[in-house]
Design a protein around this ligand. Structure first.
Ligand code: AMP
Ligand code: GLY
Length: 426
């Protein structure tokens, strides 16, 4: 059995680990991988946006199943290209991936299918945005305004602006391409600001049926007490107690099921992973965003709890037989804390040797997933990106999982390493 994973971060390391866990004889390849992934899989130097190169590799190496990690390959249509050539792949088509790749497309879809979400307006110019902000529909002079770049922006496309003046300045900066690239910002979605606790719900989906994963909560800001710049994610907790039974029923009936059925009706059935970011408002859960893939670092904490075989699940997604496949998770709680480089997210320092990886990884119920790591000329593992490691552990409670994670992090050291000490606590 040969499996190809597309991507190179902590999410992809967790995917490789999960595929190998049930059967070590599986041959796992990763395009393009990192130092940690290379310990359990063969890394091949093909970038995730080189769709032609990936097709060629999967064909010539007789890959049995490809699993796509990140959104960029999906938005480029990797699934369509593979399926046209009869190559088995897990992920949404380019059309389905638009639910993530275009915020205005996603909002229009939610309105069509009566899926609860924040009120919004999608504007194509500064003038249109000024009118929407000035209309009073989203609040008064002092309200918080939510502005979202329409396209893919690697977690940097959403700004919560305090007050109308700041919102107008942000709007102009967005259309000038100063927040994210102009390409990702040909439209801006202005949204009602929702309040409540956030939680993410992920599901395996085969076009018709779905299996929910336990809910996760991430910490996006760089600083403790959720302060400072937004990052790709500084840590996650995976804990069933984030949602009551009633909330789970509501999310299934009012959000997940209508999303899957709505997409099928519109001719782009969802296959792969559906990731719904939710705000638990006083008026019930509302959708903040769709992602059409696993999250990073949600995947690390979710997959350490997955007891079923990820390969059987993936094959059943590809063949449309997910309803007959068992998907179970261990009880308890898991936590993943990201250890990053100095100056992340602005200009992360790289090239520092990492000590203590083996000691941390040897701890019971602890897995150290690598994000930005590489080998130096002497074959030592060094930092090579902003997010470097996702130290992940299971426990019977959130306290025991977090205790293990922080104990493992204490064994790891490099110059300038940084992590938040309040994951799961703020
Ligand atoms: P998104 O990429 O759409 O999930 O947005 C990133 C983050 O911005 C979310 O995790 C929320 O913390 C925040 N956010 C997005 N939309 C809203 C909203 N309508 N109201 C309040 N906060 C929001
Ligand atoms: N952690 C959020 C994401 O992967 O989009």
């Amino acid at each position: 059995m040969k499996i190809l994973i597309v991507g190179s971060g902590g999410r992809e390391h967790a995917l490789a680990w999960s595929f190998k866990r049930h059967d070590d004889s599986r041959e796992v390849f990763c395009a393009n991988g990192n130092a940690g992934i290379s310990e359990i899989a063969e890394c091949v130097p093909i970038k995730p946006d080189d769709i032609g190169g990936l097709v060629e590799f999967a064909t010539s190496s007789e890959i049995d199943l490809t699993f796509v990690g990140g959104e960029s390959s999906l938005a480029l249509g990797i699934v369509d290209e593979f399926e046209t050539r009869g190559l088995k792949i897990v992920g949404p088509t380019q059309k389905a991936a638009r639910l993530e790749a275009s915020k205005s497309f996603a909002k229009e879809f939610m309105i069509r299918h009566r899926i609860p979400t924040a009120a919004y307006e999608s504007v194509a110019s500064v003038d249109g945005g000024k009118e929407a902000i000035g209309s009073g529909k989203f609040g008064d002079e002092n309200a918080t305004y939510v502005l979202k770049a329409d396209g893919l922006a690697a977690g940097k496309g959403v700004v919560l602006a305090q007050g109308r003046q700041k919102a107008l300045e942000t709007l102009e900066a967005m259309f000038r391409g100063e927040v994210v690239s102009e390409e990702a910002c040909n439209r801006v979605v202005i949204e009602e600001c929702l309040t409540g606790k956030e939680v993410s719900v992920l599901a395996f989906v085969d076009g018709v049926s779905y299996k929910l994963m336990p809910p996760t909560r991430d910490h996006k800001r760089i600083g403790e007490k959720d302060t400072g710049e937004n990052t790709g994610g500084m840590g996650t907790i995976c804990d069933d107690s984030f949602l009551s039974k009633e909330q789970v029923s509501f999310i299934k009936d009012a959000i997940i099921r209508p999303t899957i059925e709505g997409a099928s009706e519109e001719g782009f059935p969802i296959k792969g992973i559906l990731f719904v970011g939710l705000m638990l408002t006083e008026g019930g859960p509302k959708v903040l965003e769709y992602n059409m893939r696993f999250g990073d670092p949600e995947t690390q904490s979710v997959l350490v709890r997955l007891e079923s075989d990820l390969l059987s699940i993936s094959e059943s997604i590809a063949s449309g037989t997910l309803s007959e496949t068992e998907v179970t998770f261990s009880d308890g709680v898991s936590a993943c804390v990201i250890v990053s480089s100095e100056n992340y997210p602005k200009t992360p320092r790289t090239g520092d040797r990492i000590k203590g990886l083996a000691e941390a990884g040897a701890m019971e119920n602890v897995v150290v997933f690598h994000s930005g790591t590489a080998f130096d000329s002497e074959n030592e593992i060094v930092t090579s990106g902003g997010r470097v490691l996702g130290v992940t552990a299971k426990g019977s409670t959130d306290s025991s999982a977090l205790h293990r994670v922080y104990k493992a992090i204490n064994k790891i050291e490099w110059e300038g390493m940084y992590f938040r000490r309040d994951i799961g606590r703020s």
